[in-house]
Design a protein around this ligand. Structure first.
Ligand SMILES: O=C(O)CCC(=O)C(=O)O
Length: 253
């Protein structure tokens, strides 16, 4: 349960370090499961794969979105709630309590990714808000938990947030990325680099502007991120449309 001071900090900053939620056993199982998924020993056709651009440029593969055989050059794994090890973690009692506290008694998993930032190849992720098409209209009706599976540092692409930027609301996207660039420039000085030890979790407001750097180091920076949405919230129109009934329900009891 988040304390009053944690709730105040989250409301003020738009993020909250949760510390170690993942147990040692869960951490080792999660690291091993990512290795199994990228190494091909646990095939799961429901999980989507995305390769790193640097790897494609070197001629490692042509395909951006597809299983390419065993590789250390995957950038992202999608639909991680389809994996039993990760689903069990996403339904951790701590998260159930937080989700019930922040968004109410019925929640779905809107998306769950592994962000792998492989050694040397890990690409940066530009400033963005998670909110927008396909996410609830009301910014209070969803939240994300990001968890480090390796140490995340400034050197290997830790998450960077603009503290307090969720209070800008949804930044319009009518002029390419110009409005987003202006919003980021307007919050200069509010950048906070969220270094994290393996297994540490961060709670994020989905309106907070965030980014992450490249990984030129020999150490991968794997993380997993899950977004919980109020099962009754109206979602913003998107193409293709997201239908709440098709999302995975989170057991909150
Ligand atoms: O793990 C990261 O580097 C960033 C993840 C992220 O921002 C996202 O999935 O929206």
């Amino acid at each position: 349960m988040l304390s009053d001071s944690q709730l105040r900090e989250y409301a003020e900053n738009g993020f909250l370090p949760l510390g170690r939620v993942m147990s040692d056993d869960q951490l080792h199982a999660s690291q091993a499961r990512v290795d199994d998924l990228t190494g091909g020993s646990t095939p799961n056709e429901r999980i989507g794969y995305q390769t790193e651009k640097a790897f494609r440029k070197r001629g490692g593969t042509k395909a951006k979105y597809a299983w390419q055989g065993p590789s250390d050059h995957y950038r992202k794994l999608t639909d991680m709630d389809e994996d039993p090890v990760f689903f069990e973690y996403f339904a951790h009692p701590t998260f159930r309590t937080i989700v019930r506290q922040l968004i109410g008694p019925d929640a779905n998993i809107r998306r769950a990714f592994g962000m792998l930032k492989p050694a040397f190849d890990g690409s940066p992720l530009d400033w963005h808000q998670d909110a927008g098409p396909g996410y609830p209209v009301d910014g209070d009706r969803f939240c994300t938990v990001w968890t480090a599976l390796d140490a995340a540092t400034e050197a290997n692409g830790a998450l960077v947030v603009l503290s307090g930027s969720h209070r800008l609301g949804l930044v319009p996207r009518t002029d390419g990325r110009r409005e987003l660039r202006d919003a980021v420039a307007g919050m200069a000085g509010q950048e906070v680099t969220l270094n994290a030890e393996p297994g540490e979790a961060l709670l994020l407001n989905n309106l907070v502007l965030h980014s992450s750097g490249s990984n030129p180091t020999p150490h991968s920076r794997r993380a997993v991120t899950v977004c919980y949405v109020d099962a009754n919230a109206e979602l913003q129109p998107s193409d293709p449309p997201i239908v709440q009934a098709e999302l995975r329900s989170m057991p909150l009891d």
